[in-house]
Design a protein around this ligand. Structure first.
Ligand code: B12
Ligand code: SF4
Ligand code: SF4
Length: 346
């Protein structure tokens, strides 16, 4: 990389973003006082969020908090951070997924559209590795895409890639709305800053579609999320048994939830969720399911978690004779203690 001035680096970064297939990027110095101020303010908010127990069973957020709260200590070599927003065709009807197409009469559960295409963690890591190589081999750099103790939305907001929306997600100034992921590259060089001024077509306070459409009221305007009510938490992160109230909250979802992203303008015109045949999920061998989800974001949950959710979904709608029949089959055939406990939950 040869960029002598701030303008040259801005142009270089814009080209690099196009080359690696990302959406946009910015750069902030670790000694930027605005960054420090935002982190200090954010730390106070997160500390009170954790104290209130709004993170549920996500103990890792408690464990990671000291490292997240002090990026200067966590990345002691870092002088600058390049923050990147990217997508994986999230919300694109043409995006692929590995799940078999269910029959017309199948009992269905749904997976969030963000799990289409390759796992975003791997995709983001690949893009940041390419960016690091473009910066030059002499540069020391560490990448984080949901994989390290980093408040990614905060860094993105400080770089002006977008604003924090009503759903707590980074909302982009163009039509990509909130359907982007974020990655950070901590770099040991003093790079010129690239801070954007996001021009939003309208403010969240004039919309609130995500809040009005959240089926469980996990998000409220100006309030931090109550993760314990969020379907994404209940289906992905909550590894213990779901009680009846929680099972009713998840509805038909078995992994993630699209409500507060799909309604963000421009609203999705068609349903991009991934429909999954619950009979296939529950009756196929664990090996087959494992092979199907390999390399997909769903792999993070694992087979037992998906099946536990499927059982909760079926039990909560046990009015259907086919659902009852399938549940009886699983009860007889499951070897999983967790799934047995899910049966016995109510
Ligand atoms: C834990 C976690 C979750 C939890 C908690 C959600 C949450 N909102 O925090 C659960 C499991 C529920 C979840 C769900 C989802 N997640 Co998630 N999640 C994370 C993770 C790992 C940590 C977030 C965290 O620490 N939260 C703790 C809370 C207290 O802190 P906070 O929300 O950051 O702080 C609040 C305020 O301080 C303020 N704020 C935050 N930063 C800033 C900065 C400035 C300048 C200002 C003014 C304010 C401000 O807004 C926040 C919301 O109130 C991040 C990755 C990461 N390492 O950051 C991904 C991440 C936030 N998730 C992501 C995604 C995609 C999702 C889902 C859409 C997935 C899905 N379809 O099911 C849903 C969306 C649900 C929702 N509305 O948030 C993306 C979001 C991308 C984006 N566009 O913003 C991230 C960034 C992962 C990534 N690398 O791309 N997630
Ligand atoms: S992911 Fe679903 S449950 Fe969670 S905040 Fe968004 S709409 Fe609500
Ligand atoms: S749905 Fe509306 S309120 Fe929510 S993030 Fe998108 S623009 Fe903002």
């Amino acid at each position: 990389m040869t960029a002598n001035s701030s303008a040259e680096f801005r142009a270089w970064l814009a080209d690099a973003v196009r080359e690696i297939g990302a959406h946009s990027a910015g750069c902030v110095r670790m000694d930027n006082p605005v960054l420090r101020g935002q982190i200090e303010r954010h730390n106070r908010q997160v500390a009170s969020w954790l104290r209130a127990g709004l993170h549920g069973e996500m103990e890792y957020l408690e464990r990671m908090f000291p490292d997240k709260a002090d990026p200067w200590k966590t990345f002691p070599f870092a002088k600058s951070v390049i923050v990147m927003a990217f997508t994986n065709k999230w919300g694109d009807p043409a995006a692929n997924h590995p799940f078999p197409v269910p029959d017309e009469n199948a009992l269905l559960g749904y997976i969030s559209a963000y799990a289409k295409e390759a796992d975003y963690h791997a995709n983001g890591q690949r893009m940041l590795a390419e960016l690091k190589a473009m910066l030059g081999n002499e540069i020391q750099a560490e990448a984080a895409v949901d994989t390290k103790a980093v408040d990614e939305r905060l860094f993105a907001a400080v770089c002006g890639l977008g604003v924090i929306g009503g759903n707590g997600l980074l909302r982009m100034p163009d039509r990509t709305n909130v359907r982007v992921f974020i990655g950070c590259l901590f770099v040991d060089a003093e790079l010129p800053e690239v801070i954007h001024t996001p021009k939003m077509p309208f403010g969240c306070s004039d919309c609130l579609a995500c809040i009005k459409n959240c089926p469980t009221r996990a998000i409220e305007f100006g309030e931090p999320i109550d993760a314990r009510k969020c379907i994404s938490y209940l289906t992905i992160e909550k590894r213990s048994v779901l009680n009846l109230k929680e099972a009713l909250m998840i509805g038909d979802w078995i992994f993630g939830c699209d409500q507060c992203t799909a309604v963000c303008p421009p609203k999705d015109k068609i349903d991009t969720r991934i429909p999954v045949d619950l009979e296939w999920l529950l009756k196929s061998s664990a090996g087959e399911i494992r092979r199907t989800i390999k390399g997909n974001a769903v792999e993070y949950a694992g087979v037992t978690q998906l099946r536990k959710n499927a059982v909760a979904v079926l039990k909560a709608r046990n009015s259907s004779p086919r659902a009852r029949e399938l549940l009886l089959w699983v009860k007889k055939n499951t070897g999983s203690e967790l799934i047995r406990s899910q049966f016995a939950a109510w």
